[in-house]
Design a protein around this ligand. Structure first.
Ligand SMILES: [Zn+2]
Length: 71
C-alpha cells in the first residue's frame, strides 16, 4: 500500500497543512485544496467551511503592521 496521499495546493503546489487540506466550499462541499496564501486571494469568492480545530498559529494570515497603529 502506498499510504497517504499528500495534499498539495492546486494553485502553487505547496504541501497543505491539515487545516488547509480540510477547507471546504460550503456550497458544494468540495475540498478547496488551496494553501492559505492562495486561498486568501480568492477568499471573498468562496464561502468555506474551515476546521477551526485544525487551525494553528501558523495558519493565521500575517497581520499588516499598519493594523497595529491603534489609538
Ligand atoms: Zn498555494
Amino acid at each position: 500500500m502506498n499510504g497517504e496521499v499528500e495534499m498539495r495546493c492546486i494553485a502553487c503546489n505547496k504541501s497543505l497543512s491539515d487545516f488547509e487540506a480540510t477547507r471546504k466550499d460550503s456550497k458544494t462541499g468540495e475540498f478547496i485544496d488551496m494553501c492559505n496564501d492562495c486561498y486568501i486571494e480568492v477568499e471573498e469568492e468562496f464561502a468555506s467551511i474551515e476546521r477551526e480545530d485544525l487551525k494553528h498559529a501558523d495558519d493565521e494570515p500575517e497581520p499588516s503592521p499598519n493594523q497595529f497603529s491603534g489609538s
